[in-house]
Design a protein around this ligand. Structure first.
Ligand code: NDP
Length: 395
């Protein structure tokens, strides 16, 4: 610990039982003098939440599902951890006066608590990309108004954040997001049509939660990330590029007017970008495997295939269209991914449902950009309801 950081940082982990949440706590466990765990939250995994709260001596543990309150309370018996449940308690958790908030809830469910943290001017490490996709301007306005600090956790955005020269903003030519291509990078359409949830979540490089793993398989994840980058870095849409890089060693790049291209490299382990946000503006040790470039030997690149991966095309189109489109896209995708994981629809149906939701949304006059949280949530509900109808017809 450096002299400037003698007081441990108090942290709140929204979504502590998930993949990003667990990696965050893994880093805390390795540097306990540096952090104090104030608040942990989960949706329904009470057993893991309570065991994390015990291990880290958390002051508060919140489960979003109100039906799990008694189970959480029982599981925390004999500890000093206060239990709470329900959406209101989740927002209160984000509103607690902690030094750092890891926003790692999956999907638009994370929007309200993350926005609450932003509105109190917190230092927010943002893993929950759906939050920015769904509520872009509303979220950014809240960040600016409250003077909150937003640190990107997504490995691509964290890489860009590390190599983006803010003093040379007008000299940036391109931001180039790398994509692994996911487990189906080389599959043909027939094979993808028959793909199972187990195959879709088996990412070749990254170990992640189910939703983002399916998003990587459809490449919707890269589309969501382009939208996220648009909001985070304030560049023109035409300055955002995607390149497929199957080794996931280069996490993204920024190209400047003098021809320099700056990249951040590392092994595909989320603990590196998470550690970067937790220690920022300093650095801290992370146990991620070290890069052995001689062993990797080759870094390869290819253009994304928008025919085989229509989800990426749809996300890029939604960004171009703007207005209500990104919110609808995100909502439809969440419904489609959940239905695919539940075995209700096929893999290719996910993008088909997103596309049809977008056109039905236009037909219903859903075009204007949401200007408030209530409007974002209303649009999100509309998108989900259209997509849910479509899931029934695809069954
Ligand atoms: P997981 O599915 O592993 O974890 C999600 C977390 O959110 C869990 O703690 C879960 O609780 C909680 N949660 C789920 N639904 C709700 C809800 N309705 N209300 C409150 N809490 C809820 O997701 P990941 O960790 O993989 O991803 C989290 C976010 O980070 C996503 O937005 C993802 O896109 C982003 N991200 C993830 C990366 C990764 O490597 N995993 C990389 C880059 C970004 P419970 O366990 O009880 O269900």
């Amino acid at each position: 610990m450096t002299p400037a950081q003698e007081t441990p940082r108090s942290i709140c982990v929204l979504g502590s039982t998930g993949s990003v949440g667990q990696s965050t706590l893994d880093l805390v466990a390795r540097d306990r003098q540096r952090f104090v765990v104030d608040t942990l939250t989960a949706n329904s995994n009470v057993e893991l939440l309570a065991s994390q709260a015990r291990e880290f001596g958390a002051r508060h543990a919140v489960v979003a599902d109100p039906a799990q309150y008694n189970a959480l309370k029982d599981a925390l018996a004999g500890t000093d951890t206060e239990a709470a449940a329900g959406p209101k308690a989740l927002n209160e958790a984000a509103d607690r006066d902690t030094d750092f908030v890891m926003a790692a809830i999956v999907g638009a469910a994370g929007l309200e608590p993350t926005l609450t943290a932003a509105r109190r001017g917190a230092c927010v490490a943002l893993a929950n990309k759906e939050c920015l996709v769904s509520a872009g301007t509303v979220f950014l306005d809240a960040v600016t108004k409250a003077g909150a600090t937003l640190l990107p956790v997504d490995s691509e955005h964290n890489a860009i954040f590390q190599v983006l020269e803010t003093h040379n903003r007008d000299q940036i030519e391109k931001i180039i997001l790398t994509a692994s291509g996911g487990p189906f990078r080389t599959w043909d359409m027939d094979a993808m049509r028959a793909a199972t949830p187990a195959q879709a979540v088996a990412h070749p490089n990254w170990d992640m939660g189910a939703k983002i793993s399916v998003d990587s398989a459809t490449m919707m994840n890269k589309g969501l990330e382009v939208i996220e980058a648009f909001y985070l870095f304030g560049v023109e849409i035409s300055q955002l590029d995607v390149i497929v890089h199957p080794q996931s060693v280069i996490h993204s790049m920024v190209a400047y007017s003098d021809g320099s291209v700056l990249a951040q490299l590392g092994s595909p382990d989320m603990r590196t970008p998470i550690a970067h946000t937790m220690a920022w503006p300093q650095r801290m040790a992370a146990p991620s495997p070290r890069l052995n470039l001689a062993e990797i030997a080759q870094l390869t690149f290819e253009a994304p295939d928008l025919e085989r991966f229509p989800a990426l095309r749809l996300a890029l189109a939604a960004l171009q269209t703007g207005g209500a489109a990104p919110t609808l896209l995100n909502a439809a995708n969440e419904v489609g991914v959940a239905a695919f994981l539940a075995g209700d629809i096929g893999f290719l149906d996910i993008a088909a449902i997103v596309e049809e939701t977008m056109s039905r949304g236009v037909a219903r006059g859903l075009a204007a950009a949401p200007a408030t949280l209530a409007e974002v949530l209303g649009l999100d509900r509309e998108g989900r309801s259209i997509a849910a109808e479509l899931v029934r017809t695809h069954r």
